[in-house]
Design a protein around this ligand. Structure first.
Ligand SMILES: [Zn+2]
Length: 160
């Protein structure tokens, strides 16, 4: 008598990708995209990624199509939230870099001391310092816009 012990693999749905276009179960190629299933260890930790067409993904996981679709929707929403947060961080970093360069330019060009009023330096801190100079040009009193344009013209994009 032989006993066969089948190890049931446990997965979580991670999202989709169009980098892999061949189903890992039926081996159909030329798919538009595949679903990424991450195999989990006994403690729920991530093991390898597997790629399946959307029908085969449910079969591979041993789930109903309905459960699979629900898990996929949740995973895609989570990936979307992560991407939004990443974009937000990039915007904040860029904004800080720019304000720092603007402050440095204002100090070098006009000799003003930019005082930070929050956690990080902002363009408004620089405008505040420049406004104290009360400078005018042919159009009258210098505006925030004209100072900022002068900075943009003077400092190459890669330095701000
Ligand atoms: Zn397949």
């Amino acid at each position: 008598m032989t006993a066969t012990i089948e190890t049931v693999k446990v997965f979580r749905v991670h999202g989709t990708t169009d980098d892999v276009t061949t189903c890992g179960l039926c081996e159909r190629a030329d798919l538009k995209s595949t679903v990424i299933l991450i195999e989990l260890d006994a403690d729920g930790g991530d093991l390898d990624a597997h790629y399946y067409g959307s029908e085969c993904g449910a079969k591979a996981a041993g789930w109903t199509q309905s459960r699979f679709r629900t898990a996929l929707s949740a995973a895609l929403a989570e990936r979307q939230r992560e991407e939004s947060a990443r974009q937000q961080r990039l915007r904040e970093e860029r904004s800080l870099r720019e304000a720092t360069a603007f402050a440095s330019w204002a100090t070098t060009t006009y000799g003003v001391t930019v005082t930070r009023r929050g956690d990080t330096v902002t363009n408004n801190d620089v405008f505040h310092a420049l406004a104290k100079l009360d400078l005018t040009d042919r159009l009258g009193r210098r505006t925030n816009f004209s100072f900022f344009n002068e900075f943009i013209s003077a400092v190459p994009a890669e330095n701000r």
